[in-house]
Design a protein around this ligand. Structure first.
Ligand code: EPS
Length: 401
């Protein structure tokens, strides 16, 4: 069983993740993890925090000479900004006058501030803000990059990009590109969109939102290629792959909804225009003539490209804040202004990509033996070979029935 946990406050000393249940002997490329962390820092519309940080992980357990040990893998990332917050975020007791610094008493609408304070009984809502901050996604990306590498070793590619930002939708069909081409296009794009014609309009809209003290949301799409049929299961609610991907996507800060394939549009169409007809070819095995359902049937991957989209609401911290209430005086105040981004939708592409990779890798590990990574590779290769013409369906006495 694979499990993981993340820890760390936005302005605390460091962020950490521990991943347990990884196969032993898996090559792990630290530079590739750091490259994904750098991608998370990019994107038009990011704020000033990203100018302070150079997010890079240190591995403190579970890896030796570039190969996993099968023991818990610990990744740690230092917050450079901590040096500016050392007193405010000091783990040790501090003087009362320090406690009065950088307090948050005017909760931001749309953020966890108010409810978190009510729930945990905090005098200073900074205690909520520090952990609910999207800074946590550094660790989702770090651990998800480990999972992404596991999938890449099995020839499974996962790619995220912006489908829409601030109401402007891309019009280029991602299915017209190979995964490597998509990766190159996205890496070159400041707004992480495949459609180059929309980039300028989106940048203008971000600039305008910034001038207005406002923020923008959008839609992120993730595609997973070459996923073998049969990950996840129909037999129990919590094993359904789409259910698990949906939970993982909505767990990303500010994500409010998820859809697969043609998504909510299927509500308006008859079944004949929604189901993907089944075909067979010796070189491909069973396949579907279309991919309206986004590569998942009955809670299982069906061998087609998995297509999942998530909607990210605009960041709740507004430089022109909305109304709030002082939690002590109950008087109307404007919400606290914390340094923030105009939009983090481009950054969310790598977060969604690695979060989807995490769920898929978990599903792979559940299906195949994996104490030793070499056994996992062999088992996946054997299974893929059998899927093309399953031995169980070759018995002559059933032919033609
Ligand atoms: C973020 C770090 C945060 C914010 C942002 C995401 O750093 P700071 O609060 O020091 O500016 O820039 O977080 C939010 C917008 C949020 O609402 O939590 C990061 O590393 O991604």
């Amino acid at each position: 069983m694979l499990r993981f946990i993340t820890a760390g406050e936005s302005h605390g000393p460091a962020l950490t993740t521990i991943i347990e249940g990884l196969p032993a002997n898996m090559p792990l490329d630290i530079d590739a993890i750091n490259a994904n962390l750098a991608r998370r820092q990019q994107g038009y519309g990011r704020g000033n925090r990203m100018k302070i940080e150079t997010d890079q992980i240190t591995v403190t357990s579970g890896l030796r000479h570039g190969l996993t040990l099968g023991s818990p893998l610990t990744l740690t990332l230092e917050n450079k900004d901590y040096r500016n917050w050392a007193k405010v975020m000091d783990p040790a007791p501090v003087a009362d006058k320090v406690k009065q610094q950088r307090t948050v008493h005017h909760p931001r609408p749309g953020h966890a501030d108010l409810v978190g304070g009510l729930k945990y009984g905090f005098k200073d809502l900074r205690n909520v803000l520090e952990r609910s901050s999207a800074r946590e996604t550094t660790m989702r990306v770090a651990l998800g990059s480990v999972m992404e590498q596991l999938l890449q070793h099995l020839d499974i590619d996962v790619i995220g990009y912006v489908a829409a930002l601030g109401g402007i939708h891309g019009e280029v069909n991602p299915a017209d590109y190979q995964p490597d081409q998509l990766r190159d296009i996205i890496d070159q794009s400041e707004v992480k969109m495949i459609d180059p014609d929309k980039a300028q309009a989106i940048k203008d809209r971000i600039d305008q939102a910034k001038r207005d003290g406002d923020t923008l949301g959008g839609i992120v799409e993730v595609r997973a290629y070459n996923v073998p049929a049969g990950l996840g299961s129909y037999v129990q609610w919590d094993r359904k792959l789409d259910g698990r991907l949906a939970q993982a996507m909505v767990s990303i800060n500010a994500f409010k909804g998820v859809e697969f394939g043609d998504g909510f549009k299927v509500a308006d169409r008859p079944g004949s225009q929604v189901m993907d007809e089944i075909a067979y070819a010796a070189d491909r095995g069973f396949y579907h003539k279309s991919d309206h359902l986004g590569g998942i049937e009955g809670g299982m991957s069906n061998g087609d490209t998995i297509i999942v989209r998530g909607v990210k609401k605009p960041i709740p911290t507004l430089y022109k804040p909305l109304d709030s209430v002082n939690i002590y005086s109950k008087e109307v105040y404007q919400a606290n202004i914390e340094r923030s981004d105009t939009t983090a939708v481009p950054a969310a592409t790598i977060i969604a990509q690695t979060v989807v990779a995490t769920e898929l890798a978990q599903a792979v590990l559940e299906k195949f033996p994996h104490d030793n990574f070499n056994d996992l590779k062999a088992a996946v290769a054997d299974y893929r070979a059998d899927l093309k013409d399953p031995a169980i369906w070759q018995s002559a006495d059933q032919a033609g029935k």
